[in-house]
Design a protein around this ligand. Sequence first.
Ligand code: PGA
Length: 257
Amino acid sequence: MAPQAGESMRKKLALGNWKMNGETEANARLLNVLRDNEPISDDAIVGVCVPYLYVGHTRDALRGSCVKWGVQDVSAQSEGAYTGEISARMASDFDVSFALVGHSERRTYHGESDVIVASKVLRCIESNITPVICVGETLVERESGNANTVIGQQLSVALSKLSDDQAQNVVVAYEPVWAIGTGRSASPDQVQATHSFLRQALAARSETLKNVAILYGGSVKATSASELFHQPDVDGGLIGSASLDARQFIDIIDALR
Ligand code: PGA
């Protein structure tokens, strides 16, 4: 399909989400393979969002390569007496480029509301970290015809503390809850329809947001990536389990080109 006006400015991204997986030696092997394969071209950004304890190690392993690193959450607070929390500013001290915000596993297991997500998004922007705002509906919400209402609300509240200028620096990830870790990816048509809705919602907030990158996540594999990434409103992927397998992650990155 021919690119539409303005599309050429949209970034393409493939981000790995390691979740709570990994240990020092296995991480080093995975990062070395990514580094050695330099899976990047000028028009695609690749990163891995790792557990906090391994951020320093990941930075050391990837320094000088094109692969970027990120985290999977940040505190909604800036600093202070919040035992166990890690601030966006601390993450930026480790040259973190991305932070996942509002992942459905955080929303489900840690009770993160849209308002908390909005504070986390703001904290990232204040620390020059790109927030990857995760939105997605449950199966019940999809089957009752409410998917767009749910994700539209998640998106608009997540952006509510940002100016239009600040909001240009976010990335959005559409991750239907029913597709995460289930092996059941949304179909390319479903993904395109939802991404088109999200792009219109961004443009309705401000014309300046029409080039915000929108990623798809949920059981993306090397075999399904190409068709998903070639949908006109899909700018790449947020990859969970397949990003733990270096060969498969590299094949997924290749599908982005
Ligand atoms: P999955 O996870 O690729 O393992 O489904 C995606 C995610 O949760 O970001």
